[in-house]
Design a protein around this ligand. Structure first.
Ligand code: COA
Length: 330
């Protein structure tokens, strides 16, 4: 035994709001069709949070489920990292709001803003804290109320996104659960995918509201191409860094943005990979930072991930930012 501290996922949880918005519902709101949305994206429906339900509420529900599965009491939680691009407020952080609601009195925490790649960035930050010995456990949450940042008059974007939350508990372990991580950003492409207003560059005004600059704006076609290339690269490098080959991966849990992106990445990774991909984007759409942990929780519940499974998570999003992580389920 080297005595080195490793980090392992010991609990997963998710929360999806009750309200379902189908493609047929969207047909009544913008000039689109169920057929267009399904064939271009694979999405059939998405969840929409209630007006009085916020990112921290959803993150809290997912966190409680993950803690229960890991058998860690809220009072024992030492760190809370929340990946979100739709925080309740700019500050205090959503992590602080969840810490208070959980009663996690010993925990510190903060939010990580890295859009759809945020969960893997947060997982890496948490793994670093656990592996260094600074904390013995950490709660990693991806939570989004994207419906609050959606331009419901724009068919280019409003068909793609949804709300929800997922969470994992990381704990110190004597062998690696988190086997490898590869993260990257390219800020020269920041304008491909952004919420332009609301920061100090463009504070809220009647004009920013009128122009819907508090909503997500996206160059869809350009984003698509870079998503495929960077997710493929991140996946290949994460697998290599873990000392594995594609054949060793039991389950791939990609960011659930678009079925065509997932298929393109899986096919380029190798034969038979697509059959090992866990998909739920048909039911949730793109939930940004929440998408991977929701899918992870559902894959575990469905028995697709169990003790000994080697899991590849791969993400891409605004920033632009991306990541690949290989995890072994202990
Ligand atoms: N319903 C019907 N038509 C639509 C539509 C909708 N919801 N959205 C766009 N269109 C139209 C466009 O206006 C365009 O019409 P035009 O040819 O008359 O101009 C046509 O469909 C094709 O648009 P295009 O953008 O070329 O379609 P696409 O095949 O690239 O698919 C996306 C669009 C958004 C589905 C696709 O680009 C995509 O998935 N991109 C990545 C987005 C993403 O996942 N981002 C998040 C990453 S984390």
């Amino acid at each position: 035994m080297s005595g080195k501290i490793h980090a392992a996922i010991t609990g997963v949880g998710k929360y999806a709001p009750e309200k379902v918005l189908t493609n047929a519902d969207l047909e009544k709101m913008v000039d689109t069709s169920d057929e267009w949305i399904r064939t271009r994206t694979g999405i059939r429906e998405r969840r929409i949070a209630a007006p009085d339900e916020f990112t921290s509420d959803m993150g809290l529900r997912a966190a409680r489920e993950a803690l229960a599965q890991a058998r860690v009491a809220p009072e024992a939680v030492e760190a809370i990292f929340v990946a979100t691009c739709t925080p309740d407020r700019i500050f205090p952080s959503t992590a602080c709001l969840i810490q208070a609601a959980l009663g996690a009195k010993r925990a510190y925490g903060f939010d990580i803003s890295s859009a759809c790649a945020g969960f893997l960035m947060a997982l890496d930050a948490a793994a670093g804290a656990v592996e260094s010995g600074r904390v013995r456990n950490a709660l990693v949450i991806g939570a989004e109320k994207l419906s609050a940042a959606t331009d419901w008059t724009s068919r280019n974007t409003c068909v793609l996104f949804g709300d929800g939350a997922g969470a994992v508990v990381l704990q110190a372990a004597d062998r690696p659960g988190i086997r490898s991580t590869l993260l990257g950003v390219d800020g020269t492409l920041a304008d491909f995918l952004s919420i332009p207003a609301g920061g100090c560059r463009l504070p809220a005004s009647e004009e920013t509201v009128r122009q819907r600059l508090h909503c997500m704006h996206m160059a869809g076609r350009e984003t698509f191409k870079i998503a495929v290339a960077t997710m493929l690269e991140a996946a290949q490098q994460a697998i290599a860094r873990a000392g594995l080959t594609v054949a060793d991966i039991d389950c791939m849990v990609p960011h659930q943005a678009n079925m065509r992106i997932v298929e393109a990445v899986a096919k380029r990774l190798g034969d038979g990979v697509l059959e090992r991909v866990f998909i739920n984007l048909d039911r949730y759409g793109n939930t940004s930072a929440a998408s991977i942990p929701i899918a992870l929780a559902e894959a575990v519940a469905a028995g697709k991930i169990a003790s000994g499974s080697k899991v590849l998570m791969v993400a891409f999003g605004g920033g632009l930012s991306w990541g690949g992580t290989v995890v072994e389920w202990l």
